[in-house]
Design a protein around this ligand. Structure first.
Ligand code: SF4
Length: 447
């Protein structure tokens, strides 16, 4: 426990040993070098995939560069989201204010790109100098007759999770501003970001079942669909950490019920289809959902069995953004013979950690809001073979000489749905069994 700060002790839990609850949902400890991102980044990752909107970052160029093309979110149409515009705040604006520069950038970009809406993100320095971003957005919105939405997300104002909430509030301001008729059996998909085209896999399942997807928020998202999102009968929420706030808002404001699902792993993917079909109380829809599940099981099981024989006994570390995804990952790894020995997240909730605790074997380490030093120690302590995480965890894994699977928003491989389960197994196999690790470990020993 030498690398663990004493104040962080209760955010680490060892199954079969500890009896207390794990502490979570609290600000990061000063000096801990948390893996969490800033508030601005949290808002940016949620809104980024809206592909026909203008995204303008009011701040220094570094904030824009940090979040430029931040997700592997694909679009079936416009690709305006992939550009990262910045007002490039300098000393002059810090002293005299940046509102004029923001107005000039906003009007020029709207004239040039003709977006359906504009999101204007406030960053740390804007929070410090006190520019009235809302007033500028209001003015431009009237002049250009389009939604111009301030996203008040100075990075220092909390953590990434607070940014999710701010992004949901920005989305909520759009919902209900259009009125297009849609089929009765319709859903909105919340919290899938169409990374590597994952959303399109899901759309195909829902199409086969006979369920209309009204708005996808925000993967492959379009402003006008989001404006019309209040017409759907149900909100199906994945990545609940980022989207629950919007789902709750739509329930309170428009009476749209919501359900939490996960599309990762065959068990949770199948449950998602069953639960959505069940919501509409139609035998026909349920029969079609069952057929998809049956067909996919028959296709997947022999392939997964093959990977399981080769991977049996391997140990994995999971460290992801939200802990709901970790639950699916633990089950998916089990299916291919891999035991989870460390599992943690940046923003997990007490309920989700409790579900993880019930799911895990004894001697599993569960950790909330960890840091590189702790994670490195856990890898060494457990003798893990594979690390599943995001861009900030990749160097930890490679430096320690173990396989890595990117399960965060930068990845280029679809890991959701049944097809995603095969890709996941293939990737875990390729990285865990790579011959390169024998040389890394030998080198470490010689040193
Ligand atoms: S912490 Fe502040 S300065 Fe850094 S990226 Fe976030 S908003 Fe920009």
């Amino acid at each position: 426990m030498g690398s663990i700060l004493a104040e962080r002790g209760n955010q680490i839990y060892r199954t079969g040993k500890d009896t207390r609850a794990i502490e979570c949902s609290k600000p990061s400890l000063a000096g801990s070098v948390s893996q969490r991102a800033c508030v601005f980044c949290g808002s940016r990752v949620v809104l980024y995939p809206i592909s026909d909107a203008l995204h303008l970052i009011h701040g220094p160029i570094g904030c824009a560069a940090y979040t430029w093309d931040i997700r592997g979110s694909l679009s079936s149409g416009p690709e305006l989201h992939r550009l990262s515009f910045s007002t490039d705040i300098h000393e002059k604006e810090v002293v005299f204010g940046g509102e004029k520069k923001l107005y000039a950038a906003l009007t020029e970009l709207i004239d040039k790109y003709k977006p359906e809406a504009a999101f204007v993100y406030s960053t740390c320095i804007v929070g410090v100098i006190g520019d009235d971003v809302e007033a500028v957005c209001r003015k431009v919105s009237v002049e250009k007759k389009m939604p111009v939405i301030p996203v008040q997300a100075p990075g220092f104002n909390g953590s990434k999770k607070d940014g999710y909430k701010i992004a949901c509030e920005a989305l909520a301001s759009l919902v209900g501003t259009a009125d297009r008729e849609i089929p009765k059996i319709s859903i909105n998909i919340l919290g899938d970001f169409n990374i590597a085209g994952e959303l399109w896999i899901l759309l195909d399942y829902y199409r086969k079942i006979g369920i209309h997807v009204n708005a996808t928020i925000t993967g492959d998202g379009r402003v006008n669909d989001i404006r019309n999102a209040h017409k759907a009968s149900l909100n199906v929420v994945q990545c609940s950490g980022s989207m629950m706030h919007l789902a709750k808002f739509m329930y309170e404001e428009y009476g749209i019920p919501f359900m939490k699902v996960s599309y990762f792993g065959i068990e949770d993917m199948s449950d998602a289809l069953y639960e959505v079909a069940n919501f509409f109380k139609s035998d026909e829809l349920m029969e079609r959902a069952k057929k998809i599940v049956r067909d996919e099981f028959e296709r997947l099981m022999p392939v997964l069995k093959n990977y399981k024989e080769k991977l049996e006994g391997k140990k994995a570390v999971i460290y992801v953004g939200g802990s709901f995804k970790a639950i699916s990952l633990i089950k998916a790894l089990r299916l291919i013979g891999v035991r989870t020995v460390v599992v943690g997240s940046q923003t997990g909730t007490a309920d989700e950690y409790e579900m993880i605790r019930e799911l895990c074997d004894d001697e599993t380490i569960i950790v909330d809001d960890s840091n590189p030093v702790e994670l490195s120690q856990f890898v060494k302590e457990t003798g893990a073979d594979i690390f599943i995480g995001g861009v900030k965890e990749r160097p930890i894994a490679y430096k320690l000489g173990l396989g890595f699977c990117d399960h965060n928003h930068e990845r280029k491989e679809a890991l959701a749905g049944y097809e995603g389960m095969i890709n996941f197994a293939k990737e875990i196999y390729a990285t865990a069994m790579s011959p390169v690790w024998q040389f890394t470990k030998q080198k470490q020993i010689r040193m």
